[in-house]
Design a protein around this ligand. Sequence first.
Ligand SMILES: [Cu+2]
Length: 335
Amino acid sequence: MNSRVLGSGLLALTLIGAASARFGGELRTERIDFGAVAHAARPFYEATLTPASAASVKEFRIPIRDAKLEIASGVTYNGWSFGGTVPGPVIRVREGDLVRILLVNEASMPHSIDFHAARIPMNKAFRTIVPHDSLSFEFVARDPGAYLVHCGTPPVLLHLMQGMYLPIIVDPRHGWPGKADKEFVIVQSEFYVQGGDSALPGQPNWTQALGRQASYVVFNGRAFQYQEHPLEVAVGDRVRLFVVNAGPSFSSGFHVVGAVFDKVYPDGEPGHALAHVQTWGIPAGGGAVFETVFDKDGSGEGVYAFVTHSFADAAKGAVGLIRVGAPPQVAAMAQ
Ligand SMILES: [Cu+2]
């Protein structure tokens, strides 16, 4: 077995199969097992992205697993997951790639998977499977963008608030317009929790969820994690942020304090670039791609917060920091 590691920071993906060349080397298959992913959720979910591989066929084995999560500092939660982390690992492919999915239910109840980036009959691909069962399907990633993947088993609200989501990025066939120095993925979501502040893990609070009374609103699965572990970029970097909103119920008003977005691609459609945007709304179940430059004459060395500008939600955890260069005040701000 030819195994090697693709970096996504700690979110390393282990290829369990060899790349194989066919049709004159044009068609290479990459196999990634999310059950073999080195978990990146502690001490923080690794948001740094690496490029998609050149393989035009990408296969993903995605085990569904019950998972004990830490959703805020000292707050544990009995969640459900794709691959063991919340969000699950990032899927990154290129427009035109053939995406093959093998979903394996290793959890204790029925689940499913719904790819917003797929054009496919839901009754075939997104059907619910019982524990120990598996399901496979494939689709061509035709539409570039930043998309949500989630469990679609009723009640969907419950399966989403339990943590069953991950992002999929479909890069445009010829790449994004312009070069970025750093790329990050950010998934916003809500938790509705009963307990979890003692030795016992928290449980889902259905009444709170129906009432849209979130306990935590988080980026990449844990409240305030990027205050303690800021995203790090260099002065002069063009930064591209792939932001996906898993909800289940709230919109995100995505904003970076101290920066203006040079470009926003709603839904990640490169043909629909908006220029000079302060805040952009992402509905539950949506995504967008953002770019800004931390050039020395503008948003230079310093600390910047990324938030949902719905500040009741930011106050519940949906705020993080971007550290540009090595400003001395970051230690104080992170406290
Ligand atoms: Cu589920």
